[in-house]
Design a binder for this molecule. Structure first.
Ligand SMILES: [Zn+2]
Length: 605
């Protein structure tokens, strides 16, 4: 008996459904139109009848008809199901009961069982080290329960066995991101082992993934690992704790945005309830230096917050990674036309510490968050001696860049005057060196996604690389030497890694076979389909020479970007080590800096 989703899909055509909302023109096998999800003048929104999917090459969104309705109508899956059932004339089988073959529903049920399991483990004997850790960080029993904190036992497949006894299949466990396929032989193993678990919920209060913190201070593995992107977990559209915080955000008129899970929990306990975190919910992991995987802020997340408020207050870590995250957050929030303020922490290395050190002061600092112009002035004048000529130059350069970003011309004017006065230089000369004002207009426009979020170029290159490999793989696989998965963005990197394994084993790559090997995990399935589509769309007319040229360019740029980013991170780390006077660390970092610089020079030759 076909289920509701399949029945609806069999009766509706993706071109007709989307055609009701977007004007589409046929182009070859595909249909094309202006993307409804980002502003554009030339169509990059493609609808593919044969595969019944849509995809935008401008902003990267895509999916099936359900995902289109969810995004366009801003509704969740059950509502989209109702809307499309009406269109299709399908009567919904009223009880969408457990055991129904609806895949997404099953995944939500699975995650919810996993949350229960981990919570029970935290209460039991093996959970004692996790309980001790929480106690040492002052986390109360009430918080443990309201954040549904849990503990993943150290055994290889305890969760997997538990869930299989509940009737979930191996494929479902992998698709939900809680288990991984064993690399040797059959079987699977739990993704999270011996870790404190922070479940991540979507706005509708459904668990969609986990962040896991190691409890072993000497562990070789990453301090934090997070669930992968799955059919129910789109990291761009989830913010940690938004499910609990949304009504408080509405009431207070602003959201406090922090980096980590613990930042949220400590602040929440202290009565700051309009708080969310970006941690574990970002697609791109920046660096091994940042304390939790991927503290980047996504444009979609900013838009999500905009449903509830018009102002965000960024309260990121006091270190350099935190500061650069702040800068990116500012750009994104301005792009979404949100007001942005910065919470300048005067105590503690992060909000978690600040809340525990002196709560009154921490609350005050949130209350008195600074507008970005104000914050830029304060931080520059603290760091730079503006009595010297060099200091003046530095301060002017930095502050003019900050001023140029302000969307309001009046505010820009205000700060230029103030800068002239504070530096004792002529206003006119400052105005002349103000970076291009058109740039700042662009940033203030809501269409500014691509240039506002730095990873997008790398994402585009990563996608292009895979698309080229799908279409011209035979020629190009031998030339991928030196191109590491780490140089690509996720999820392309994982796909590339798996494909490369296949290539090493058999000297050939079959992407359809790869889907099978990856257990048809939706993320990769779709990625392969979409990038195949992109390859058809963009490279159909390419001659062999053109394809080679394109491949070499993409290959080289990915390597260059990676090395440059490494250098930047290393030089940041070096200045930090200098300031902290750690000679051993400094020597080690300098050595690595030289190595990477050499590689870069070779590539640029
Ligand atoms: Zn788009």
């Amino acid at each position: 008996m076909p289920n509701d989703v399949d029945q609806i899909k069999s009766r509706l055509d993706v071109v007709d459904v989307i055609g009701e909302y977007v004007s589409l023109k046929q182009s070859g096998q595909n249909w094309k139109g202006l993307c409804p999800f980002h502003g554009e003048k030339t169509p990059s929104f493609m609808v593919h009848r044969e595969k019944q999917i849509w995809h935008c090459f401008g902003c990267g969104l895509g999916g099936d008809i359900f995902e289109f309705i969810e995004k366009f109508e801003n509704v969740d899956f059950p509502e989209a199901l109702e809307i499309l059932a009406r269109k299709a004339g399908v009567e919904l089988s009223r009880e969408v009961q457990p055991g129904a073959s609806n895949k997404r529903t099953r995944l939500f049920q699975l995650l919810s069982e996993a949350v229960n399991f981990y919570q029970e483990q935290l209460k039991s004997d093996p959970g004692s080290s996790a309980r001790q850790y929480l106690a040492s960080r002052g986390v109360t029993a009430e918080s443990i329960s309201s954040f549904a904190l849990g503990y993943a036992p150290a055994e290889r497949d305890k969760l997997a066995n538990y869930l299989r006894n509940k009737g979930f299949s191996l494929e479902e466990l992998i698709a939900a991101g809680v288990a991984l396929k064993s690399e040797r032989g059959p079987g699977i193993y739990d993704r999270f082992r011996d870790r404190l678990l922070f479940p991540i919920f979507d706005v509708q209060d459904r668990a969609v993934g986990f962040g896991g913190r190691t409890l072993d201070p000497n562990a070789k593995e990453a301090k934090y690992i997070n669930s992968p992107q799955t059919a129910i977990y789109n990291k761009s559209f989830v913010l940690y704790n938004l499910n609990q915080a949304k009504s408080f955000i509405k009431d207070s008129g602003y959201a406090v945005v922090v980096e980590g899970y613990m930042d949220v929990i400590s602040s929440w306990q202290a009565g700051i309830k309009n708080i969310v975190a970006v941690s574990g919910t970002a697609l791109v992991s920046e660096t091994n230096y940042s304390k939790e995987e991927g503290s980047g802020f996504k444009y979609e997340q900013v838009k999500l917050l905009k449903r509830y408020c018009n102002e965000i207050r960024l309260c990121f870590d006091a270190d350099l990674a935190g500061q650069s995250a702040s800068e990116r957050g500012i750009d994104l929030a301005l792009a979404a036309e949100l007001e942005v303020k910065i919470v300048a922490l005067s105590q503690g290395k992060d909000p978690d510490e600040a809340a525990r050190m002196n709560l009154v002061k921490f609350k005050q600092e949130i209350e008195q968050a600074l507008p970005i112009g104000e914050y830029a002035f304060k931080s520059v004048f603290k760091k730079v001696d503006v009595k010297t000529r060099e200091g003046k130059k530095q301060a002017a350069k930095f502050l003019l860049a900050a001023i140029a970003k302000l969307p309001d011309p009046v505010e820009r004017d205000f700060y230029i005057k103030r800068l002239a006065r504070d530096l004792d230089v002529e206003e006119k000369s400052l105005r002349e060196s103000l970076p291009n004002p058109r740039m700042s207009n662009q940033i203030s426009a809501p269409v500014a996604t691509p240039q506002a979020s730095r990873p997008s170029r790398e994402q585009m290159l990563s996608e292009r690389l895979i698309a080229l490999l799908i279409k011209f793989g035979k020629e190009f696989w031998p030339q991928t030497t030196g191109l590491e998965p780490a140089m690509l963005t996720e999820p392309e990197a994982e796909l590339y890694r798996q494909a490369h394994l296949q290539y090493t084993e058999s000297q050939r790559v079959d992407f359809e076979e790869l889907k099978r090997e990856l257990n048809y995990e939706p993320t990769y399935n779709r990625l392969i389909d979409i990038l195949g589509l992109q390859a058809e769309h963009e490279f159909a007319e390419f001659t062999a020479a053109e394809a080679t040229k394109e491949f070499n360019q993409v290959n080289r740029e990915l390597k260059l970007n990676y090395l440059k980013r490494q250098l930047k991170l290393l030089s940041d780390a070096i200045s930090q080590a200098e300031r902290a006077q750690q000679p051993g660390e400094l020597e080690e970092l300098s050595l690595r800096y030289r190595e990477v610089a050499d590689q870069l020079a070779q590539l640029q030759r």
